[in-house]
Ligand binder design. Structure first.
Ligand SMILES: [Zn+2]
Length: 311
């Protein structure tokens, strides 16, 4: 690798360099930029990227990186850490997953220089950041009203994926194929391994998920011999198959189980009732496994995703 230059700014060794890459102005003329923190050691080594907030309402990921920055955890003794706590500023200020044009940034990679706002943002990440890194973790949070138990998603069969995921040491490692036009897939085409972390629920801070995210980054830095944070190694549970249990009918959803818990086949997991106490349907587990995601919405429609079961 040549000496890194990001958005025209050279990255010197042995210090933190902060770079603000201008993206565009809001209609109010307020400048929106991408805040990039580059921690480069004096010693050559691996380059690790940490990104969050590609989905603007996924606050737990943003908070993981924000805390790692403010606790001064990220300066490595070897190599380089590039931290971008908030990628989609537009979604963040509107409590929204998407950009103002309604586009999901994580379906717009590799982006284009003159495309929609989402495409432009994707283009900046692919061209200014990806060339400088070897590995990355992209931090996400469960979708609207769905909480994800802390987990790393990756393609277990691909080189480096399982190694890095195990080193991160989340409660679960979940086999997850890459989605077309996602950051993870486009980075993989450039031979850069990006793991996806999921933890908690959108628009709700979750200390448990945030702490798992932080501990994982510290373990990954240890594993890559970047810095010894003295974080204890954890053995994750590997999930090969996942299924969403969907609501057979509409009504009020009462879950009997906690996210993350182990379940057995046929175990009653939840009930769906009408609001008048006249009918009740029991949702049973189709298989043995773990609950890796749970809908927190009490009022549901037939077909809604209720419980994410991993086996
Ligand atoms: Zn997300």
């Amino acid at each position: 690798m040549t000496e890194p230059v990001i958005n025209g700014v050279p990255i010197p060794r042995g210090q933190l360099t902060q770079i603000n890459i201008p993206i565009s102005r809001l209609p109010s003329h307020t400048l929106i930029d991408l805040n990039v923190f580059v921690y480069r050691s004096k010693v050559e080594g691996p380059a690790l990227l940490l990104t969050a907030g590609l989905h603007g309402d996924e606050v737990n990921g943003i908070e993981v990186i924000r805390r790692l920055i403010s606790e001064e955890t990220l300066m490595p003794e070897r190599g380089m850490v590039i931290a971008i706590p908030l990628v989609n500023v537009y979604g963040f200020i509107h409590n929204s997953r998407t950009l103002p044009d309604g586009k999901d940034l994580n379906r717009c990679f590799p982006g284009s220089v003159n495309g929609s706002l989402a495409n432009r943002l994707a283009f900046i990440l692919m061209n200014e950041i990806i060339p400088h890194i070897h590995f990355g973790v992209d931090f996400h949070t469960g979708g609207s009203r769905i909480s994800n138990y802390p987990q790393i998603r990756c393609v277990l069969g691909q080189p480096m994926n399982k190694d890095l995921a195990s080193a991160f040491g989340p409660p679960f490692i979940v086999q997850s194929e890459m989605i077309d036009k996602s950051f993870r897939k486009e980075a993989a085409k450039k031979e850069k391994t990006i793991l996806v972390f999921e933890g908690g629920e959108s628009l709700r801070l979750d200390e448990f998920a945030i702490n798992h995210g932080k501990a994982g980054v510290r373990r990954l830095m240890q594993h890559l011999d970047m810095k010894n944070h003295r974080e204890k190694v954890q053995m994750p549970i590997v999930i090969q198959d996942t299924t969403w249990l969907r609501a057979k009918n509409s009504g009020i959803f009462n879950s009997f189980v906690e996210c993350g818990s182990r379940i057995t086949r046929n175990q009653p997991l939840a009930s769906i009732t009408d609001p008048y106490g006249e009918s009740q349907t029991i949702v049973r587990s189709p298989q043995e496994g773990y609950i890796i995601g749970l809908n927190n919405m009490p009022v549901i429609n037939a077909g809604d995703a209720l419980i994410h079961v991993g086996a």
